[in-house]
Design a protein around this ligand. Structure first.
Ligand SMILES: Nc1ncnc2c1ncn2[C@@H]1O[C@H](COP(=O)(O)OP(=O)(O)OP(=O)(O)O)[C@@H](O)[C@H]1O
Ligand SMILES: [Mg+2]
Length: 273
């Protein structure tokens, strides 16, 4: 195993697990989870449907108990409502689907959503504006979420996650349903947030390609266990083929860029059968 870069300096690990196992509905989802994500890392979380990627985030958020082992988040045990973590759940924007205004959604990231919206101070409103500007969503701050495109909604969701200056961002499939341009713009935004705020970012994705420019490492859920390695060790044909259970090719361009592709080929494309 390659040693991961120590990006955290003196800071505690952003997420550390020691021999963690997790059980849902009486079934072990995964076990023997031992890894440490250094503060300041940008980590892809990958694995097939049902492997337990969302479950991993839910452990970090204190929404699920471990069946065994120990979890530490930003140097302390997980607890619900930890304001140091910004979270964008999977299918969040689709699940919202209702009439909430963008500005109000971002405000909830600052004031907490348990009791709904409360009156805000001028300083709080300024922070909401700043977050909306930062993600490029200020122009549609007064729009309702249901009136926006998928890419616009994802920006607002990220604004909600960063408005309280989170140190750890957990983004569950933020690129799902986005076109290529929006995927690239969101990834660019994540890269900028990482550089500007030194925030640790963990992002679940099925397609690694758009994220490769920003990822330093990946956690992959293989054969019922989480593994954690530098991204260049993970983007390997054999590993990805095993992980997804279908042939995956890895190509390096003349410019040195890596990308993955489905290696399955129709034996006679276009021919009649
Ligand atoms: N609320 C729940 N109760 C019981 N089992 C659950 C619950 N939520 C998820 N599971 C099970 O836990 C396992 C892991 O689910 P999880 O949602 O973490 O997978 P995932 O890797 O995020 O999948 P996907 O790529 O489809 O989002 C699955 O087998 C799923 O059926
Ligand atoms: Mg999931």
């Amino acid at each position: 195993m390659t040693v991961l870069p120590a990006t955290g300096g003196d800071r505690p690990a952003a997420l550390e697990m020691v021999d963690v196992s997790v059980v849902r509905g009486g079934r072990t989802v995964w076990s023997e989870g031992t890894f440490s994500v250094a503060a300041g890392a940008v980590v892809g979380v990958i694995g097939p449907n049902g492997a337990g990627k969302t479950t991993l985030f839910q452990l970090a958020l204190g929404l699920l108990p471990v069946a065994g082992g120990r979890v530490d988040v930003l140097g302390a045990p997980p607890r619900r409502g930890n304001r140091r973590i910004g979270y964008v759940p999977q299918n969040y924007t689709a699940a919202l689907g209702h009439a909430i205004r963008c500005r109000d959604l971002v405000t909830l990231g600052l004031t907490g959503s348990r009791f709904g919206l409360r009156p805000t101070s001028a300083a709080e409103r300024a922070r909401v504006d700043e977050a909306l500007r930062r993600v490029g969503a200020y122009d549609y701050a007064e729009s309702r979420m249901s009136e926006l495109s998928g890419g616009q909604q994802q920006r607002v969701a990220i604004a909600q996650a960063i408005v309280d200056d989170a140190e750890l961002l957990l983004l569950d499939e933020p690129l799902a349903n986005l076109d290529l341009r929006n995927q690239q713009e969101i990834v660019q935004l994540l890269g900028e947030l990482h550089r500007e705020r030194d925030v640790t970012i963990m992002v679940v994705a099925h397609d690694l390609n758009p994220l490769l420019p920003v990822l330093s490492e990946a956690i992959y859920l293989l054969d019922g266990h989480p593994h954690h390695d530098p991204i260049t060790d993970v983007v390997q044909e054999e590993l990805l083929t095993h992980l997804y259970g279908t042939p995956v090719g890895v190509v390096r361009t003349a410019q040195g860029d890596l990308f993955t592709r489905a290696a399955w080929r129709d034996p006679a494309p276009g021919s009649q059968r």
